[in-house]
Design a protein around this ligand. Structure first.
Ligand SMILES: [Zn+2]
Length: 399
């Protein structure tokens, strides 16, 4: 075989691999494949300090997961339909706005998903909030209609409009400013980043705190615990942001509002529906393809694309899940009018102290499958089998 033909075959096989890995990522949020599938867990608040004048870092919220799981894709049925149409018949969205956002995703996938950092070890030396800005600049911002976002002006390590990836030519497409939300009477404070005025992003604090680390714990155990500790702050922020968005955009079809938590190696999505009082927590999604690469994982790209564009892609709560109340309406009954009517965006007093609490890890439960998802699963499996068959043919040719 001549070299040109060999390289053509190699290119085709690589494209086939990309297509298959991308499809596999879609399957992970639409099917119950294996341990790596991505679900949402409805959680119930047992106890929290939402009634007192508390800044986010001091917020606590003990939650307990319900014995139920929802496939991640089932909250984003509008977005899944777009992806499914393309996978099945290469059909692109007809609506102009959706097509524009769909092309953002296609551009991102074809432009390479690597951070292009020469020394990945350098990433370990930047702070959690710097890492969050880096992910906003290199991933989240690139997947929305406009790449603008607002960064908390009180965050540490500001370097003008420079990105934290270390490349001088890399500029931030977002600005620093006032990201405070809430009401000083209740939960309030600053968000790390607000994407496109619509999606909250927070750093997950995964650094094990040595002063609080009891002996005999493995680093993994410590890390898992630290991640979950910080989630309680994200819950408070998600709830407040959801009420605020409902007040700002009362004409929307549903009021599920997401908050993305960014860790050093993973991300999570927290969603709160301030109309039906349902709080959903996603499983953790690996941020990079592997520990040593600076390539965003297909799952992280997919979940981020659906989440930052939730205004177009979120289909609201599946009927059955409206009964899994978070109990926030009851717990915060005395101050619920503050949450419903008196939340502000910007100029909210805030002070920063740390107080963290534990929560229960979710157990592995098989997610429910809606009729929509059942149809989608069939279509995706068909395509996946066809891809594998054509790949077999490719290797026959080579032999
Ligand atoms: Zn950069």
């Amino acid at each position: 075989m001549d070299t040109e033909m060999a390289s053509r075959l190699k290119k085709r096989r690589m494209e086939g691999n990309v297509e298959r890995e991308w499809l596999y990522a879609i399957m992970k949020i639409c099917t119950y494949l294996d341990e790596s599938h991505i679900t949402l867990t409805p959680v119930k608040i047992e106890c929290c300090n939402a009634l007192s004048a508390t800044s986010f870092p001091k917020a606590f919220c003990d939650t307990k997961p319900y014995e139920a799981r929802l496939l991640f894709g089932d909250v984003f049925q509008n977005g899944i339909s777009v992806l499914r149409d393309f996978e099945e018949s290469k059909k692109v969205p007809e609506d102009r706005q959706t097509l524009f956002i769909f092309n953002k995703l296609m551009d991102f996938l074809s432009g390479g998903r690597s951070l292009n950092i020469l020394d990945p070890l350098k990433l370990r030396s930047i702070s959690d909030s710097e890492m969050t800005v880096l992910v906003a600049n290199h991933l989240l911002g690139k997947l929305t209609a406009s790449s603008c976002y607002l960064i908390d002006s009180n965050c540490s390590g500001k370097r003008g409009d420079h990105c934290f990836c270390g490349k001088d030519v890399c500029k931030l497409t977002g600005n620093y400013g006032d990201t405070s939300i809430g009401n000083p009477e209740v939960w309030h404070g600053s968000l790390d980043i607000i994407i496109h005025n619509d999606v909250a992003v927070e750093a997950l604090d995964e650094q094990p705190n040595t002063s609080e680390t009891p002996g005999g714990k493995s680093p993994v155990e410590v890390k898992v615990k630290a991640t979950r500790l910080k989630n309680t702050q994200i819950i408070a922020q998600t709830i407040v942001f959801s009420f605020l968005q409902k007040k700002r955009h009362p004409d929307r079809e549903h009021f599920i509002t997401p908050c993305i938590g960014i860790g050093r190696s993973e991300l999570i999505v927290m969603l709160y529906d301030s109309e039906h009082d349902v709080l959903l927590e996603s499983s953790t999604i690996p941020l990079f393809e592997n520990e040593f690469s600076c390539e965003f994982s297909y799952c992280a790209i997919l979940v981020s694309w659906l989440t930052v564009n939730y205004q177009y892609f979120c289909s609201g709560l599946v009927e059955k899940y409206k009964m899994y109340k978070s109990n926030f309406f009851d717990i915060a009954k005395e101050k619920i009018t503050v949450y419903e009517e008196k939340l502000q965006f910007q100029n909210v007093n805030s002070c920063q102290f740390l107080e963290l609490r534990f929560k229960n890890p979710p157990v592995n439960i098989k997610p429910d499958v809606s009729p929509f998802m059942h149809e989608t699963q069939k279509a995706l499996f068909d395509k996946y089998l066809r891809l594998n068959r054509s790949d077999d043919k490719g290797s026959d040719e080579k032999n």
